[in-house]
Ligand binder design. Structure first.
Ligand SMILES: [Zn+2]
Length: 262
């Protein structure tokens, strides 16, 4: 893909909806980070999130003065449901996906149910373009392939204020990936996932992870840049069956290496 030259190349990066992940004794659950990268006159959305967060995404765009039609480029890190279910909102945009990932999403392993194969079919009617390692999307924004979590996972490297920032997706879902050297879910290949973490750490030290707040790696330290430190969980007493919640924090998270998420 040819690089586009922009007259105005100042880039800004904002998280629209923050990613998080919860491990519970009733199963695991997570929503992805969706970010808005503005470079010159381009409005680039990175990942579109799960359908249940659709109103949040639209509202977050509005807060930035944008309608869905103002997004001219959507980049999908991968085709898991929690990262791509709102892609159909962006009919004016070019949708950039790794060719391996789109092939895989159309023909996933039988038990890889996290792949939004319905969305892959729907995207046949959209302006989908394939991008791979080293491709420049706009000035200062390029693709870095980070397989392992899925077969065709990719991340985005962006120049922001003279610094390389990496929008990692689920190749680095949270800051724990740095110490562990592995994302907490590997649906495709452990060796690839490990290699991708090393590759990301040598490319940047500022990360926008798939399911955590943005952070900077400084030596052995992780320093969060911004984002909510608190998640409010709500219930009502109308039905009388309110469940109380217990929150515990462990030192590490077990890596799931299985096509079926536990
Ligand atoms: Zn994923």
């Amino acid at each position: 893909m040819a690089a586009e030259k922009d007259k105005l190349t100042m880039a800004t990066l904002d998280v629209l909806t923050y990613g998080f992940a919860l491990t519970t004794d009733q199963g695991s659950f997570g929503y992805s980070t969706n970010s808005l990268l503005r470079v010159g006159n381009h409005n680039i959305l990175i990942d579109t999130g799960p359908s249940s967060r659709r109103p949040f995404l639209v509202k977050a765009l509005k807060a930035k003065g944008l309608e869905t039609d103002d997004i001219d480029i959507v980049i999908l890190t991968h085709m898991h449901w929690d990262h791509c279910q709102n892609t159909d909102l962006f009919t004016k945009a070019r949708v950039l996906v790794n060719p391996t990932e789109i092939d895989y999403a159309r023909n996933p392993n039988k038990w890889d149910l996290a792949v939004a194969s319905g969305m892959a079919d729907m995207m046949r009617n959209m302006k989908v373009e394939t991008v791979s390692e080293g491709d420049t999307i706009v000035d200062g924004v390029s693709i870095i392939e980070t397989p392992g979590h899925t077969k065709g996972h990719m991340s985005i490297l962006a120049d922001i204020d003279g610094e390389k920032v990496l929008l990692a997706g689920d190749a680095m879902p949270e800051s724990g990936t740095v110490a562990r050297g592995l994302p907490y879910n590997v649906f495709w290949d452990v060796a690839d996932a490990q290699e991708s973490v090393e590759k990301m750490l040598s490319a940047s030290n500022v990360f926008y992870p798939g399911h955590d707040r943005p952070f900077r790696v400084e030596g052995d330290e992780i320093n969060y840049l911004e984002g909510p430190e608190n998640i409010l969980v709500m219930d009502s007493t109308e039905g009388g069956g309110t469940a109380s919640l217990t929150f515990t924090v462990s030192a590490s998270r077990t890596v799931n290496v299985d096509i079926v998420q536990k």
